[in-house]
Write a protein that binds this ligand. Structure first.
Ligand SMILES: Nc1nc2c(c(=O)[nH]1)N[C@H]1C(S)=C(S)[C@@H](COP(=O)(O)O)O[C@H]1N2
Ligand SMILES: [Mo]
Length: 187
């Protein structure tokens, strides 16, 4: 383990997030918004924002790292443990990848074993407040040791699969996993 104050290789700290919305800012209607769990699972499930708020079970402070080289230190993240959502869905034994889709059509892919890491989170609140619209309201993914492009904002769908499929940045050459400590920036 590295010292708590140290950053991963090739990263520098900046005070605030740089907001990215490569496919534009989607409009969110919270009454019709749903999170759907699909693919190779025993149980398809759908959650409303209210459901997820009630399921909030995790809160911790961790740094955020964008592959372009900036990091924001000591961000407080709160939300629902992804492992818990996964266990409710009962994925089939041979699932290897998790494909995430967002309201703006952004997509990304995460190895199943990282998705079920105990720190992996469906984030509902940052720094003590509900996610802002620009930071992914109502929900975004956060996996502390993967680069920020895996942290899909405005998430609507989580799909468990056996077969690897590129998401938006992976199709442009970015890494299948994206571990920040191993500098897995490109394929
Ligand atoms: N839907 C969506 N999610 C996204 C992105 C995006 O453009 N659209 N950009 C990704 C990238 S590259 C990074 S570094 C982070 C940035 O998070 P922020 O906008 O909260 O700073 O969001 C990630 N999630
Ligand atoms: Mo990024």
């Amino acid at each position: 383990m590295s010292k708590p104050e140290s950053l991963p290789p090739g990263q520098r700290a900046i005070p605030n997030f740089i907001i990215y919305r490569i496919l534009g800012q989607p409009e969110v209607d919270i009454s019709s918004w749903r999170l759907r769990i699909e693919g190779d699972v025993g149980k398809l499930s759908t959650y409303t924002y209210e459901d997820l708020l009630r399921m909030t079970d995790t809160s911790y402070t961790s740094d955020f790292h964008c592959v372009t080289g900036w990091s924001v230190k000591n961000v407080k993240w709160e939300g629902v443990s992804l492992r818990r959502l996964v266990m409710e869905a009962q994925p089939l034994k041979n699932v290897k990848w998790v494909y995430v889709e967002s309201l703006d059509k952004y997509t990304t892919v995460v190895p199943y074993e990282d998705f079920i890491d105990e720190r992996s989170l469906l984030v509902l609140r940052i720094n003590g407040r509900p996610l802002s619209l620009e930071q992914g309201f109502p929900a975004r993914i956060f996996i502390p040791y993967l680069y920020g492009w895996k942290s899909a904002k405005w998430v609507t769908k989580i799909v468990f699969t056996r077969e690897y499929r590129d998401g938006y940045w992976e199709a442009l050459g970015y890494h299948q996993r994206g571990n920040v400590w191993k500098e897995e920036r490109f394929k």
